[in-house]
Design a protein. Structure first.
Length: 175
């Protein structure tokens, strides 16, 4: 097939425009429904996907903010009570030992929550958040007092989290 001449193209456009003008109201409405279907459905799908991505980002930010808020609370408790921030030697005072253990329970609970929410996620944003928590966990397991308390702290915790902590610390931890 050869190329259409400019005159033929002009005539075709005029013919198509004339056909649209000759349509009845019902035919015109049917034409508009086809246009709405061809344009509207892909547009609706695109808008849905954009909205889903925004909601996912909001969810990620909310999870991050909540976890970091809890970690900040723990850090503030350590600033308020520096006697509990001694992790390399046994505390002499029984009350300080008790409070330090409670603080360790809070830390483990937070690490477990971050593990459950983030560790198995495949989304890169969640993986970046999880990697930050891995850094915090690795820092805490270097503290002798925390490490010594881990077997007792792991009792009753999520079995997958306990297995993760056992692998990381090389300690015989059990849920």
């Amino acid at each position: 097939m050869g190329q259409l001449s400019p005159l033929t193209i002009h005539a075709k456009i005029w013919h198509d425009a004339h056909m649209i003008l000759d349509m009845t109201l019902l035919e015109f409405m049917e034409f508009l429904s086809y246009v709405a279907t061809v344009v509207g459905i892909p547009l609706a799908i695109m808008m849905f996907m954009i909205q889903e991505k925004k909601e996912r980002q909001n969810e990620q930010e909310e999870i991050y903010d909540k976890l970091m808020g809890h970690y900040t609370d723990i850090q503030e408790k350590l600033f308020e009570h520096p006697e509990l921030d001694v992790h390399d030697k046994q505390l002499e005072n029984l009350e300080d030992k008790r409070r330090q253990y409670i603080l360790y329970q809070m830390v483990v609970s937070l690490f477990e929550r971050s593990y459950i929410l983030l560790a198995s996620e495949t989304d890169p944003a969640y993986q970046r958040m999880w990697n930050s928590w891995v850094d915090y966990i690795k820092e805490w397991i270097t503290h002798p007092n925390f490490r010594a308390a881990l077997p007792r702290l792991m009792e009753g915790e999520d079995k997958d989290f306990v297995a993760y902590m056992a692998d990381l610390t090389k300690l015989p931890l059990k849920p």
